[in-house]
Design a protein. Structure first.
Length: 511
C-alpha cells in the first residue's frame, strides 16, 4: 500500500471527491453486470451449446457466490483494509470477466460467473464502506450518497441498453470484456487517490463458524428461490433448501450472539433505523427486479422491440432515478427526516407501478409506459439515496464494512426473491388465462393472440403484487425509521430494546 493510503482521523480527505468517481465507476460495473448478461444470454447459450435446463446457472452461479459471500466480504474489508479489499476485488473481477468472455464451454462460463460473484462480494461492501468513512459532513455525505444511490438504482437499466448494443452490433463476449476497462481505470484511480482514515480497521480474529453458517445459509436461501422459479415451490429440493436456510441462519444468529468477535455484530442490524432500511430496501428491490424482467419481455416479445430499442425504452426510468437521487434526495436529506423521503418515495414508485398494471397488447408507450417508468424512477431514486446513506450512518468504523455488506445482501437476496416469486405468479396467471380462453380460438393467429394476451395478463398480475410490496416497504420505512435529519436530532428507543436514547448526530465515524 502506498504511503498516502492512510489519513489522520477527523480531517476531511482532500481527495474524497476524486475517490467518489472511482468508487462510483466500480459500483456501476457491478450493477451493470447484473443485467447486461441477461440480454446476452440467448446468444451465449447458442454459441456454447448450453442446454435450456442449465442456462439459469449463468445467472445463478453469480448470484449464489455474490449473495452468499457478501457478509464475509464486508468483514474482510474491515479486517484487511477497505482500499486494499476494493482494489483486489476490482482486479479479480476483471480477470473473471476476461475468462467469461473467452469461455469455450458451459463449465468455463459457469466457473467465471461464480468467480465474478466472489470478487463482487469483496468489491461491493468495500466501495460503500469507503464512502461511509470518507464522507463525514452531512451535506457532503448527502451529495455523495445521492450519486451512489442513482448509480445503484439506474445502473441496471443502463446495463440493458449497453447489453443490447454489444449483443446486437458486436458479440455477446463483449458484455464480459467491457468490464475490464472499467475495472482497470477504477483500480488505478482508487490506488492513487483513496486515503483511508486511520483506526478504522477491525483486527479481531475472523469468526469462522459465522462465515460458514452465513455463507451456507444465504446460498441455500438464494438457491431455493432460483430453483423455485424453474422447478416449482413444492419441489422436494426447493423445500429442503428453504428449511436448510432457516436452520442455518437461525444457528448463525445464535452463534453471533455468543462469540467474542462476531462476523455480523447484532448491534448492526438490531438498531431500528438500520433494520428498517435493510428490510424496506430488500422489499423494494423484490418489486423492482421483477418489473425489469417483465418489461424486457413485454417490450421484446409482445411489442417486438429490438434489444437496443428495449434498452432505450428504459431511459425515462434512469432519468427519473438520477433526478430523484441527486436532486430531490440530496437537496432534502439534510432538511427532513429520512423516513419522509423513503416512505413517500416508495409510494410514488408504487403509483408508477400501478400505472403499469394497465398494460395490454396494444398499450401506448407514451400513454402508460413512459409516465409509469418516470414515476417509478423518481420514487426509487428519492428513496434509495437516504437508504444508502442511513445504512452506514452511526456505525463504528470497525463495523462499516459489514454494515455495507448488509445493504448489498438485502439487494442481492431481494433480487433473487423478486425474480423467482414474481415470475412464478406471472407464469401461473398466464397458464390460467390461456387455459380459460384457448378453447374459443379456432385459427392459428387467434391462438397466438390468446398466448400473447396470456403473457400480458401474467405480467400485470405480478405487477399488482409488486405494487403491494412497495406499499409494504413504504409502511416499514415510515414506522421503523425514526431518525431525525442529519445534524443532531435525538430519537428515543432502539430495536435492541434498551429504551435508551440514541443520538444520531452528523455522521462523524468513531475511531
Amino acid at each position: 500500500m502506498s504511503e498516502t493510503a492512510v489519513k489522520a482521523p477527523g480531517v476531511p480527505d482532500a481527495g474524497r471527491w476524486k475517490a467518489l468517481v472511482f468508487i462510483a465507476l466500480a459500483q456501476l460495473m457491478v450493477v451493470l453486470d447484473a443485467t447486461i448478461v441477461n440480454i446476452a444470454l440467448p446468444s451465449a447459450q447458442q454459441d456454447l451449446g448450453i442446454s435450456d435446463g442449465n442456462r439459469q446457472w449463468v445467472v445463478t452461479a453469480y448470484a449464489l457466490a455474490f449473495g452468499g459471500l457478501l457478509l464475509f466480504g464486508g468483514r474482510i474489508a474491515d479486517l484487511w483494509g477497505r482500499k486494499r479489499t476494493f482494489v483486489t476485488g476490482l482486479a479479480g473481477f476483471a480477470v473473471a470477466s476476461a475468462l467469461g468472455g473467452a469461455a469455450t464451454n458451459e463449465a468455463m462460463m459457469f466457473g467465471s460467473r461464480a468467480l465474478q460473484g466472489v470478487f463482487g462480494a469483496l468489491l461491493a461492501p468495500a466501495a460503500l464502506s469507503l464512502l461511509a468513512v470518507m464522507f463525514t459532513d452531512a451535506k457532503e455525505r448527502a451529495k455523495a450518497f445521492g450519486i451512489y444511490g442513482a448509480i445503484a438504482g439506474g445502473g441496471g437499466a443502463v446495463g440493458l441498453i449497453l447489453g443490447g448494443f454489444l449483443t446486437e452490433y458486436l458479440n455477446w463476449r463483449w458484455t464480459f470484456f467491457v468490464n475490464i476497462p472499467f475495472a482497470i481505470v477504477a483500480a488505478a484511480g482508487a490506488y492513487l487517490v483513496i486515503r483511508e482514515p486511520q483506526g478504522g480497521r477491525n483486527r479481531s480474529p475472523l469468526d469462522i463458524p459465522g462465515v460458514i453458517l452465513s455463507t451456507l445459509g444465504l446460498v441455500s436461501l438464494v438457491y431455493g428461490f432460483t430453483r423455485a422459479e424453474s422447478n416449482g415451490w413444492s419441489d422436494g429440493l426447493t423445500v429442503g433448501m428453504f428449511v436448510a436456510a432457516a436452520v442455518l441462519l437461525l444457528a448463525f444468529v445464535i452463534v453471533e450472539s455468543r462469540v467474542k468477535a462476531p462476523l455480523l455484530p447484532l448491534r448492526v442490524i438490531t438498531e431500528r433505523n438500520r433494520g428498517g432500511i435493510y428490510l424496506s430496501l430488500g422489499l423494494a428491490i423484490i418489486a423492482m427486479f421483477g418489473l425489469f424482467l417483465f418489461l424486457t419481455y413485454y417490450l421484446q416479445v409482445v411489442k417486438g422491440y429490438t434489444p437496443v430499442k428495449t434498452g432505450f425504452a428504459f431511459l425515462p426510468m434512469i432519468a427519473g432515478m438520477i433526478t430523484g437521487s441527486t436532486q430531490i434526495g440530496t437537496r432534502l436529506m439534510t432538511r427532513v427526516a429520512p423516513r419522509l423521503l423513503m416512505g413517500p418515495g416508495f409510494l410514488v414508485a408504487a403509483v408508477g407501478m400501478l400505472l403499469l398494471t394497465q398494460l395490454e397488447i396494444n398499450t401506448s408507450y407514451a400513454g402508460v409506459l413512459l409516465p409509469g417508468m418516470l414515476l417509478l424512477g423518481l420514487g426509487m431514486g428519492t428513496a434509495f439515496m437516504p437508504a444508502m446513506s442511513m445504512a452506514t450512518m452511526g456505525v463504528e468504523a470497525r463495523d462499516a464494512g459489514v454494515a455495507s455488506a448488509m445493504v448489498n445482501t438485502s439487494q442481492q437476496v431481494g433480487g433473487a426473491i423478486g425474480t423467482a416469486l414474481l415470475n412464478t405468479i406471472a407464469a401461473s396467471a398466464t397458464t390460467s388465462y390461456v387455459a380459460d380462453h384457448i378453447g374459443g380460438a379456432t385459427s392459428r393467429s387467434q391462438q397466438q393472440l390468446v398466448q400473447l394476451q396470456g403473457q400480458v395478463q401474467g405480467y400485470t398480475s405480478a405487477i399488482w403484487f409488486a405494487v403491494g410490496i412497495l406499499v409494504a416497504a413504504a409502511v416499514i420505512a415510515l414506522t421503523f425509521i425514526n431518525a431525525g435529519r442529519p445534524g443532531g436530532t435525538t430519537v428515543t428507543g432502539s430495536a435492541a430494546g434498551d429504551g435508551a436514547e440514541d443520538e444520531l448526530p452528523v455522521p462523524v465515524v468513531a475511531h
